[in-house]
Design a protein around this ligand. Structure first.
Ligand SMILES: Cc1cc2nc3c(=O)[nH]c(=O)nc-3n(C[C@H](O)[C@H](O)[C@H](O)COP(=O)(O)OP(=O)(O)OC[C@H]3O[C@@H](n4cnc5c(N)ncnc54)[C@H](O)[C@@H]3O)c2cc1C
Length: 556
């Protein structure tokens, strides 16, 4: 993709400017953090008609943890049996499971003013929209913990011939996906339009391979690729695939068609925020081969979505644990007292005061790069924190007053252009029946994977609003000529550490396993970091796994 016209904006770091850029970035980043998470837009030409902001996770909190700022002395201590830190899907799921099992003496702390972590959503007067996670696929049928939850919140309405019936309102409305390729929009994302016979043969060969992997089982009788990931076979003939990159594997299989490689790269960027040379072959194949869900009223791999994306699921989980969640409360340290109880230092973001919670046990539903900062002396974990790699992401929610159309397939839920840096946009209003108003919100996703994550992260924090528009708008214009005039508002969101990505030898290497191990049977860990694959299902199960460890202490 080097030299691609769309990389003009993203390649701000090439050549000898990189070192001076990094130095500058460090300084500027601090300035931004001190000002909080919101950077004001001062519109310049040529985007005079566009208003908007750049937002992201609470930067003040991140600044306190990262730069070890001194905090006021603790104003008091209280006790709780179980403390959960972080209300992403894994923390909410842990809380819900504890409550379902009758373990009620717990608190769930969240530093933001909302729950949901990366499954957070926003809303304006046109539509609700996702700010991160935006869909799940129908569940694998044997995953009854998940299907029970989906039934509980009305996503599954019943069963016919033992197959779940999914609520038609949440199954992605047709048409689902389209791809702009060789000058035309085609239906579906697998390239078809303009491919020669060799390309078509390779695409077919790849999907034949995937069908075999979907049903493949190891010598322990388990599926080669499963969800949750830890249910997958331990057979080394499959796990060895974690020790090579997906790119190497595809090469070994003589799968080299540029169209196929584009598609596979697109999928890895979409789910992992990285390209095929960065992630393991096991993880790459898992994306395609782990989903075997069957429904009475939907195709295999059917998508469930809502205008606010997985923010909808977040609200359902939150409702189940209401009364236990404390927002704008950040944990800044975890240590032990002499009685072996866990001591959590707590910062109240609203009042600026600190206090202490003494807990019998704690579930840390926070990413490892945060845990590294929270865990103090006396908390020993034998693992290499540098093995956790995070993909940065840029999201833009774009309000348009109409959408100029082009040749071929009309607007779908997921709209992608071949060989562009982004993974396209989803139409937040797809699930809305009111089609009268032409106004829409489009959620555009850009994984920042053209540089090492640290460099891409720093660059993301330093870019101005206009620079983001310079990156985004040429691609949108390519998809919809004339769209710039139709854009009214763009809300930008930066996820500096968006999601863990499954680097080579991470999933079945030593560090993921080490990170899952409890400390002193009092400190437990839940987060998609511990799966290496950041999807709702994994977060949901990581929460339950940690909750079960806590319940076992009480003989439940
Ligand atoms: C851009 C993007 C798109 C995605 N799209 C999808 C998708 O379409 N489908 C899908 O299934 N998944 C998607 N994901 C993955 C998504 O991250 C997971 O599905 C899931 O939401 C992760 O949940 P989690 O609990 O593991 O972590 P997180 O969401 O990281 O939650 C951690 C929580 O801990 C809180 N926290 C951190 N430190 C502290 C502290 N010191 N004190 C208190 N609270 C703290 C955070 O604020 C946060 O709420 C996407 C992710 C990104 C970044």
């Amino acid at each position: 993709m080097n030299g691609h016209p769309f990389y003009k904006g993203a390649n701000l770091l090439s050549g000898s400017n990189r070192r001076s850029f990094l130095l500058k970035a460090g300084i500027i980043t601090t300035g931004i953090m001190l000002n909080g998470c919101l950077r004001k837009l001062k519109p310049n030409t040529p985007y005079k008609n566009i208003t908007g902001t750049i937002k992201g996770p609470n930067a003040k909190a991140g600044h306190i943890l990262r730069d070890k700022l001194s905090l006021p002395v603790s104003t008091g201590t209280r006790q709780v049996k179980t403390l959960i830190i972080g209300s992403g899907i894994s923390g909410l799921s842990a809380a819900r499971y504890l409550k379902m099992q009758g373990h009620l003496d717990f608190e769930l702390l969240e530093l933001e003013d909302h729950v949901g972590g990366n499954a957070h959503s926003g809303k304006n007067n046109v539509s609700a929209y996702p700010l991160g996670a935006h869909y799940i696929t129908i569940a694998n049928n044997e995953d009854t913990l998940l299907t029970d939850f989906l039934q509980h919140c009305g996503v599954i309405t019943g069963f016919e011939n033992n197959l779940p019936v999914y609520n038609e309102y949440y199954l992605c409305f047709d048409p689902e996906e389209r791809l702009l390729i060789n000058g035309q929009w085609q239906e579906g994302l697998v390239p078809e339009f303009g491919l020669n016979s060799t390309d078509k043969f390779e695409v077919k060969k790849f999907f034949t391979l995937i069908e075999q992997f979907k049903m493949a089982k190891g010598n322990d009788g388990k599926y080669a690729f499963d969800i949750p990931i830890d249910n997958s076979s331990a057979d080394d003939s499959f796990r060895a695939l974690d020790r090579i990159s997906f790119k190497t594997y595809l090469n070994q299989q003589k799968l080299t068609s540029k169209y196929l490689l584009w598609y596979v790269n697109y999928c890895c960027k979409d789910d992992y925020g990285q390209k095929i040379d960065k992630i393991s072959a096991w993880a790459g194949l898992h994306y395609f081969a782990s989903r075997r869900g069957k429904a009475a009223n939907a195709d295999a791999n059917a998508v469930l979505t809502w205008p606010e994306g997985n923010g909808w699921l977040t609200k359902k989980l939150e409702a189940d644990v209401s009364g236990h969640v404390l927002k704008k409360i950040m944990c800044y340290s975890i240590s032990y007292n002499q009685q072996g109880k866990v001591v959590a230092g707590i910062y109240n973001i609203t009042s600026g005061t600190t206090s202490t919670i003494v807990a019998d046990n704690v579930i840390m539903a926070t990413p490892q790069f945060i845990n590294q900062r929270l865990l103090k002396e006396g908390v020993t974990r034998i693992m290499d924190y540098s093995s956790f790699n995070y993909s940065p992401w840029f999201i833009a929610n774009i309000t348009v007053n109409h959408l100029p159309q082009a040749k071929g397939m009309g607007l779908c839920w997921d709209n992608v252009a071949y060989d562009t840096p982004s993974v396209g946009y989803v139409n937040a209003g797809q699930q809305t029946i009111n089609m009268v108003d032409e106004k829409r919100v489009l959620t555009w996703y850009l994984p920042l994977c053209d540089h090492e994550p640290r460099v891409a992260r720093l660059a993301a924090y330093t870019r101005t609003y206009e620079q983001w528009m310079d990156i985004m708008i040429p691609e949108l214009e390519y998809m919809h000529p004339g769209i710039t005039e139709a854009i009214e508002h763009v809300e930008c969101w930066i996820w500096g550490h968006g999601m863990i990505y499954p680097a080579v030898n991470y999933i079945w290497g030593p560090n993921r396993d080490a990170a899952k191990q409890p400390v002193n049977n009092t400190l437990f860990f839940a987060h998609t970091d511990l799966s290496g694959i950041s999807i709702f299902e994994e977060a949901f199960h990581q929460g339950i796994r940690a909750a079960k460890q806590v319940l076992a202490i009480y003989g439940k």
